[in-house]
Design a protein around this ligand. Structure first.
Ligand SMILES: [Zn+2]
Ligand SMILES: [Zn+2]
Length: 171
């Protein structure tokens, strides 16, 4: 996203204070998609289309969680000939391929996406500025496991979103 936005949130903290999702890590996961995508297309007997590759390239530039509408705008800024339907279809393919994951639904009910990373994380959403923070809490993960197992389930995946008010914001 734009560098200007990187500076400071209204509460004074920098968004990069987030996690743990190191830049190196992010760069590598966003680069790994091509082989994965080609494999997936081959396995599914899908066409290796240029548009799909272009959409994925643009998506891989995202530094933050994004919704499809934002991706459509970014794609069309670069490639005017790629329609919204293609972007929607490509996102679905990327999710199927395990390259993108649906992070969670924002408050407007719109799904947010991010590239799948090795390191699992959950999210805190600031109700004041809407910024999304990533966190990992061992205790929470263990507790979730325990709960699932105590009900005779085996976890497939989970999304944990906490909507919160920032205590650093001057009121
Ligand atoms: Zn978790
Ligand atoms: Zn995330």
């Amino acid at each position: 996203m734009s560098n200007g936005k990187k500076s400071k949130l209204p509460c004074g903290r920098g968004p990069e204070l987030n996690v743990k999702r190191a830049v190196a890590n992010k760069a590598s996961m966003n680069q790994n998609w091509e082989g994965k995508l080609l494999n997936h297309l081959k396995n599914k007997g899908l066409r290796h289309s240029d548009a799909r590759i272009k959409v994925t390239q643009v998506a891989a530039e995202a530094e933050e969680h994004f919704d499809i509408q934002q991706l459509v705008l970014r794609v069309q800024k670069k490639f005017k000939d790629i329609g919204a339907a293609t972007v929607y279809r490509t996102v679905k393919t990327l999710v199927d391929a395990g390259i993108l994951r649906e992070t969670f639904q924002g408050e407007a009910g719109v799904s947010l996406f991010e590239f799948t990373s090795e390191d699992h994380h959950d999210h805190i959403v600031c109700v004041d500025c809407g910024s999304i923070f990533e966190f990992y809490d061992d205790g929470l993960e263990v507790a979730q496991q325990r709960t699932v197992q105590s009900h005779d389930f085996e976890e497939v995946r989970h999304q944990h979103v906490i909507y919160a008010r920032c205590t650093r914001l001057a009121r």
